[in-house]
Design a protein around this ligand. Sequence first.
Ligand SMILES: CC(C)(COP(=O)(O)OP(=O)(O)OC[C@H]1O[C@@H](n2cnc3c(N)ncnc32)[C@H](O)[C@@H]1OP(=O)(O)O)[C@@H](O)C(=O)NCCC(=O)NCCS
Length: 246
Amino acid sequence: MRHSGVVPPSVPPRAPDAAPASGVGRADAWFAHPGRSVAWERRLGPLDPLERGRLAALREPMAARAYAVLHVLARDVLGQVVGAKPGQLVFDRTCARCGDEHGSPRLVGHPGVHVSLSRTPDLVAVAVSTDAPVGVDVERVAATRFAGFDGVAMHPSERSRDLDDAARAVSWVRKEAALKALGAGFVVDPAALRTPQPGRAVLVLPDRPPVTVVDLPLGDGGHVGALALAAAYGTVEVTAHEAPGD
Ligand SMILES: CC(C)(COP(=O)(O)OP(=O)(O)OC[C@H]1O[C@@H](n2cnc3c(N)ncnc32)[C@H](O)[C@@H]1OP(=O)(O)O)[C@@H](O)C(=O)NCCC(=O)NCCS
């Protein structure tokens, strides 16, 4: 979770407005545990030069391992989805704001295949949907345990001493998944957003499509996760997969 330097102070607080919803949106999510991956350094062949550069720049060993495991997994999964070798896949990561290659990943040549990535040192996730743009976020519950989290991340109407760390983390991942599905990320002040409720289509940003968020049952008390589709669905169904060999 990065929570500094991207929060413009001028965005007024706003609540997600309910949007008319219908039908079922579907997505798949794959999870891997970088700590269990013993041979990750031998599996980097499919990565492109940008991915190799980002990996080389990560000095913290656990962060580097998580980055590598995530991007190898993304290429494995998407290669199977579109019937290509992992190393043949080309990603466009052009940032909508500045044009640099650090934005939402799009699979070149496959505009109907939507993908989203998230990583922590010990759990990474790849989400794919052919129904709508997708956003996924996984987070360590412990990452919310710092002084000032509520001021940075929680809408004023939702700040409460009664919230435990897991509830704070769930709020965070729902917001981040929703903003990723919209391709926005935290150029929006997270404290200006009320937490999207699962299974309820909402307008998070006024000029973007509605999003429908679901919580991801990770079966892991140390992490929480959420997935969002950028469309108004009555239900979002997520099929979860463990990464092959994880
Ligand atoms: C997207 C974002 C919320 C991810 O935050 P995070 O908790 O640190 O990281 P996560 O591991 O959950 O997700 C990272 C992935 O999100 C994806 N991503 C990056 N920007 C994204 C965006 N605008 N929308 C959707 N996904 C995005 C990338 O695939 C990235 O993976 P990688 O770093 O391994 O290549 C955060 O990086 C952000 O807010 N970015 C936008 C900031 C921005 O646009 N600033 C203006 C720059 S000019």
